[in-house]
Write a protein that binds this ligand. Sequence first.
Ligand code: C2E
Ligand code: MG
Ligand code: MG
Ligand code: MG
Length: 283
Amino acid sequence: RSKSAGRNQATQFDDALHQAVLRNMGLTQALQQSLAAGEGLSLVYQPQYALEGEQRLVGAEALLRWQHPERGAVSPTEFIPAAERAGLIRMLDRQVIEMASRQIGDWKRQGRCTRISVNVSANTLQWEGLATFILEQLAAHDVPPHLFGVEIIETLLLESSRTTIGSLLELRRAGISIAIDDFGTGHSSLGYLQDLPVDTIKIDRSFVQGLEEGKGRKAPLVQAILAMARALDLNVVAEGVETEAQRAWLKHNGCQTIQGFLIGRPTDAGAFASSCLAELSSL
Ligand code: C2E
Ligand code: MG
Ligand code: MG
Ligand code: MG
């Protein structure tokens, strides 16, 4: 009896595994088709505001959205890892760089733009053609490099190779901003901060949440990060700011820039232009 129950469980497990594999295959295939057809992929933009003085737009993050032909919107937290596993991530990141460049070029021609940062995956950063590709895209769309930034995650910097450092140096020298995303969540040795041409760190949302309650060690940790950033002359962006109390705390403690639902959700290009870019004086 127990033997057959065991077999039954094994079958159920196989079924679940099979379903998961199928789902992943379907996802990957559909993503590949979207990439090939240039359909279903778009960018949304989330504003970043300086806290000092009058709150002022200083940049935005471009975030990828994918509309699956049958399933509708799929979260990047699902399809980005799937693309990484399937070897599609470089193609996807290139697509994002191209879409962002074109959009920045359009906004610039219309007279109002801010710096737009894109996320670049670990794998793409290992591609020796990355810096050249970015600079070509910017040139093709008549975008000055100071209007472009890249965000890279901390964990990958620990594996930083000659290629990675070379790409980052080339981009930085051209005037492109380089931010470390999700700062504080990797297994940091802080050594890379002195070796790599990084100009900005983004404090991860997990540190910002509950910050104002003054419980635990979040507040002193964030204060330490802010002090370190000041000493190293790095810009700081706090991610995932959702409450007025969090904003007040960050401002009081000398954080320069915030991003989060409190001041703006990611929105499509049209909405971003009319709600955020419209405030800027023309270029
Ligand atoms: P990330 O780069 O750290 O982006 C921030 C994420 O936090 C975004 O989720 C954003 O919508 C969300 N967020 C912003 N403000 C708040 C807030 O106040 N509260 C909360 N709860 N969430 C907030 P999203 O768009 O789902 O993206 C998730 C992750 O997927 C990104 O994390 C990034 O690692 C990756 N990703 C997104 N777009 C791209 C892309 O074009 N290329 C690559 N390689 N990765 C991307
Ligand atoms: Mg990011
Ligand atoms: Mg982040
Ligand atoms: Mg993140």
